[in-house]
Design a protein around this ligand. Structure first.
Ligand SMILES: Nc1ncnc2c1ncn2[C@@H]1O[C@H](COP(=O)(O)OP(=O)(O)OP(=O)(O)O)[C@@H](O)[C@H]1O
Ligand SMILES: [Mg+2]
Length: 267
């Protein structure tokens, strides 16, 4: 028998109850993320991507279907999921080091303080924040804050790292720097990741597989297998294969938005 994938979304259907009645958001969604891989999810705004991340983290229960993580059915919030969002919510009254240590205080309260500090310092050095450990969040740039937030999401070695548009608020150059940092982090600390993004270049540069969701209620519309070298420099995006991938994804997004048909996309 083959090993089950680290994240298994099986036939998940979900609607929010609103004042004007149920709002169907996900419709019989199936997603499978094998251990050690990086999957990106793209889709029209409001189609249900953030809802998907909440289901995986156990913050929401689906109306129908099942969410499995590491062979266990997800029924409540999971500590083994690391999350990072568009706005890094760092605590201003804590230093950068103490912000990064925070998850360890919750997940590994018995871990000796010096070990917690060592782990956080190593991660901060890895993302280029050596020397900023004692600063407060407001003393850092947006890109630096997002780097610190990534360290905080990874400090307790979660089974899976869920990234919901973590680079969306950054300028283009800072964003590209952060993409490279993500590759570096993966080299040093292999983890399984699910990235939600609106940026197709980001999805191709970072992921092994890109899933395109349809418009709401979302289901899997298209899956792109990204056959590029694991070690990627930014100029990989100019290779003909990557350019083809981007064109394919662009068409699929237009279909998801109802602006094109599959037949037009195939031309
Ligand atoms: N708690 C909630 N109660 C009611 N409706 C909600 C709730 N959360 C989200 N929605 C609605 O569900 C739909 C999907 O929301 P979700 O945040 O998952 O979309 P998204 O794909 O992440 O969008 P975006 O790309 O803009 O971030 C939206 O129409 C949103 O208004
Ligand atoms: Mg969202």
């Amino acid at each position: 028998m083959t090993e089950p994938a680290l994240i298994e979304i099986k036939g998940v259907t979900h609607a929010y109850q609103t004042a004007t009645g149920p709002l169907p958001v996900l419709d019989n969604l199936n997603v499978s993320v094998p251990e050690g891989t990086f999957t990106a999810v793209v889709g029209p705004s409001g189609c249900g991507k953030s809802t998907l991340t909440k289901l995986i983290a156990g913050l929401l229960r689906p109306d129908r279907g099942e969410v499995w993580l590491h062979g266990e059915r997800v029924k409540s919030p999971r500590k083994t999921v690391g999350m990072a969002f568009q706005n890094p919510v760092l605590l201003e009254w804590r230093t950068i080091l103490d912000n990064v240590i925070l998850p360890l205080e919750i997940v590994a309260p018995r871990m000796p303080k010096k070990d917690r500090i060592k782990r956080a310092e190593e991660l901060l050095a890895l993302v280029g924040l050596e020397g900023f450990e004692d600063k407060r969040p407001s003393e850092l740039s947006g890109g630096m804050r997002q780097r610190a937030s990534l360290c905080r999401s990874l400090v307790h070695k979660p089974d899976v790292l869920i990234l919901d548009e973590p680079f969306g608020a950054l300028d283009a150059f800072t964003r590209e720097d952060l993409w490279q940092t993500m590759h570096e982090l993966r080299r040093q600390e292999p983890f399984t990741s699910l990235l939600i993004t609106h940026d197709l270049r980001e999805s191709v540069y970072l992921a092994d597989e890109v899933i395109v969701l349809s418009g709401r209620p979302a289901t899997t519309q298209f899956v792109l297998d990204v056959d590029l070298p694991g070690e990627r420099a930014l100029d990989v995006l100019y290779q003909p294969k990557a350019v083809d991938y981007l064109a394919t994804l662009r068409h699929q997004i237009q279909i998801a938005q109802g602006r094109a048909t599959q037949e037009e996309a195939a031309q």
